[in-house]
Ligand binder design. Structure first.
Ligand code: NAD
Length: 455
């Protein structure tokens, strides 16, 4: 089936009204969960062959969250989808007002490679919960994973309802020539702009889940051991290939030395190393070379080795980094941690604000004023105080960026909303009405209008 016919068949399926039935949606969500459960082993093998992502990491960081999302949707779908009453203004008396959620329709979901199950299937769960049909295009960079998702879904679902289309740029471009009711994209800001332009052709609503340089602040007044433990985990999980992991650290100058020593101690204690089976490979040679070019040997405090055959980069700490260094000009998306000391928190915040708005921002401090300052004065999509990355595990918290890090939010009810259109409806009785709008338009009527609208 070509792309045009596929989109046509999804439109027909959607227009049949089947997906409007909440029971149908729940049934599909349960089916997806049991399929994933039954095929966990082979799905983990597929991702391991793509970039040596371990079974533990895949289950803990991807499947756990997909199952949570399905559970949340099954539990709350009736409430999310129910008609919501809204108070009515006096001039419409007697009447009722309400808001009715309806599925947007045929959706296109485009996924990235770094958490390929989670970032393809979490939006899919949201779309199914909202009653949309889905065409899912996983990343071509995780070839085995993409094939495994395609097999799992295409062998078990009606293509008019849910279909995986594999491929890279040409296939995605071909898909984008069609009119969708919703496009949900996760990936880089560069490709995000291409998707946004394609969507503009049909004024299709988009969600763009993009990346950026996520800062972490560590102030002198902090529980250093605990802070470093959390920060190092957040940076090196999946070898730094995590969209909301701390990209760089702003550390208060007076604890710089202690902080750096503690980081090294933590990396070695927990064996964050290329020998560790839970330390993923870099996705491909292009990214490996990109990362290698970001390592200035003169600034390496720890690590720095790149192994081209094994496709790995050692956990690396960079010091004496300046904001105009190459490593600060782009999202790192790898296991390199630039550490930038500061003496004045206001000035440090100002520096961070000179960069595009990040997806996430973190602050580690025992001082609530310092935490409040960072959380309030920097614009970002999601964040955490005294923690990093873990906010994504609370699926009731909307997740997404702002500015160059994205448009729209999902997870939990926010995901349902992202794939829904909210119809605002006024319902009147025909028994009687306040006839202020009809001729003759008298002074008395204007007086009433002024009274009702309070002007
Ligand atoms: P990418 O933008 O290169 O690719 C994402 C998807 O877009 C892939 O499916 C790819 O096939 C498709 N694509 C690539 N070029 C295209 C083109 N010219 N036209 C149409 N489609 C095209 O991103 P990636 O390398 O897969 O992922 C890494 C990026 O994603 C990082 O910037 C990271 O921060 C971001 N990311 C964001 C989130 C989030 O939730 N905000 C999550 C994960 C990754």
């Amino acid at each position: 089936m070509n792309m045009h016919d596929l989109v046509k068949s999804q439109n027909e399926f959607f227009n049949s009204g089947v997906t409007r039935d909440i029971t149908f949606r729940k049934k599909q969500l349960r089916k997806l969960k049991s399929l994933l459960k039954a095929h966990e082993k082979e799905l983990c093998t597929a991702i391991h062959s793509d970039f040596r992502k371990s079974e533990f990491i895949t289950l803990a960081t991807e499947f756990s969250l997909i199952y949570t999302d399905i559970g949340l949707a099954l539990k709350n779908l009736d409430t999310w989808a129910e008609r919501k009453s809204i108070p009515t203004n006096l001039v419409n008396f007697p009447a009722r007002s309400y808001v009715l959620a309806e599925p947007l329709g045929v959706s296109l979901i485009i996924g990235p490679w770094n958490y390929p199950y989670l970032l393809s299937l979490a939006p899919t769960v949201a779309a199914i919960a909202a009653g949309c049909t889905v065409i899912l295009k996983p990343s071509e960079l995780t070839r085995s994973t993409s094939a495994a998702i395609a097999r799992l879904i295409n062998d078990n679902f009606d293509p008019g309802f849910l279909k995986v289309v594999e491929g890279g740029v040409p296939e995605t471009q071909e898909l984008l020539k069609n009119k969708f009711d919703k496009i949900f994209f996760t990936g880089s800001p560069r490709v995000g702009k291409i998707i946004y332009q394609a969507a503009a052709e049909h004024l299709t609503p988009v969600t763009l889940e993009l990346g950026g340089k996520c800062p972490a602040f560590v102030t002198a007044d902090c529980n250093l051991k605990m802070v470093v433990k959390r920060l190092i985990w957040a940076k090196f999980i999946n070898s730094g290939q995590t969209c909301n992991s701390p990209d760089y650290v702003m550390v208060e100058e007076k604890i710089r030395e202690r902080f750096l020593k503690q980081c090294v101690e933590e990396i070695e204690k927990r064996a964050y190393s290329v020998e560790n089976e839970n330390y993923s490979q870099i996705i491909n040679q292009t990214h490996l070379e990109r990362l290698e070019a970001l390592i200035d040997p003169a600034k390496v405090y720890y690590g720095g080795k790149v192994d081209k055959d094994a496709r790995t980069v050692e956990p690396t700490i960079l010091v004496d980094v300046r904001f105009n260094d190459k490593v600060m000009e782009e999202e790192i998306f790898g296991p390199l941690l630039p550490v930038i000391p500061y003496t004045d928190l206001d000035a440090a915040i100002e520096q961070v604000r000179s960069l595009p708005k990040p997806l996430a921002c973190y602050v580690f401090s025992n001082n609530s004023e310092e935490r409040k300052k960072v959380m309030q004065e920097i614009s970002f999509g999601c964040g955490a105080e005294n923690e990093a990355v873990m906010q994504i595990t609370n699926r009731r918290l909307p997740f997404g960026g702002v500015g160059l890090s994205g448009i729209g939010k999902y997870n939990g009810e926010a995901g349902f909303r992202e794939f829904s259109n909210y119809k605002s409806i006024l319902r009147k009785t025909t028994h009687f009405e306040l006839s202020l709008k009809y001729h003759p338009l008298t002074k008395m009527k204007l007086w009433w209008i002024r009274t009702f609208f309070k002007f």
